[in-house]
Design a protein. Structure first.
Length: 208
């Protein structure tokens, strides 16, 4: 029988926090569905209600809104008075690993999950759009915590690629803490001075 190496303590803690995150997101999903059943959300099931074009527009709009929300919440949780109890769990393992993708302390996971509870009350969203956003969020988080880069080294300096958060981009955040707070895009980091000026140069520690 094949034996697997024991998990170190930080990974075990990451798994525990990830399970907690899953529970919080599940509770929020229940709230959203309850609101839909009561007819108080702006979720809709008829794909033609707003037209096919709106699926794409609303998808991009939510990604931009979530990225903006994430940037400022994330940066706030790095404040010395909040970091220890609100965000330390995500950084416990030092270098990012897939296990740390959703390893959030309770205040942070509640803040992140509440975004979806609120957005369905202020923006009409088809269920397909909401599910697609959740899938992109999950896959993007895992890719950015792999510990190695899946994109070619030239991607971070490409005219389009430089606007996206990658594993290389996010690993700098885990090492330097005061840089790179974005979720999907580097826009806010660039605009507000939290982008590493050396990011587009070759950065050791990640392999292509």
């Amino acid at each position: 029988m094949r034996r697997f190496p024991p998990l170190n303590g930080s990974i075990v803690k990451d798994i525990e926090l990830s399970l907690l995150s899953a529970v919080v997101f599940a509770v929020c999903a229940t709230l959203i569905m309850s609101g839909y059943d009561l007819g108080v959300t702006l979720l809709y099931a008829d794909i033609h209600q707003y037209g096919l074009w709106y699926l794409g527009v609303s998808f991009v709009a939510v990604l931009l809104l979530q990225d903006t929300y994430f940037y400022f919440i994330h940066r706030m949780f790095h404040h010395p008075r909040l970091f220890k109890w609100a965000h330390y769990g995500h950084h416990r393992s030092g270098e990012p690993t897939p296990w740390s993708s959703f390893a959030f302390d309770p205040p942070e996971v509640i803040a992140q999950a509440l975004f979806f509870v609120v957005i369905v009350f202020i923006l009409p969203l088809h269920f397909i759009t909401l599910i697609a956003i959740l899938m992109v969020m999950t896959v993007w988080a895992v890719l950015n915590h792999l510990g190695f880069e899946v994109f070619p080294s030239s991607f971070k300096s490409h005219w389009l690629g430089k606007w996206f958060v990658t594993a290389t981009h996010h690993s700098i955040h885990h090492r330097k803490y005061t840089l790179h707070y974005g979720l999907y895009f580097t826009f806010w980091d660039r605009l507000l001075g939290t982008q590493d000026p050396n990011y587009e140069n070759d950065i050791p520690g990640l392999s292509d």
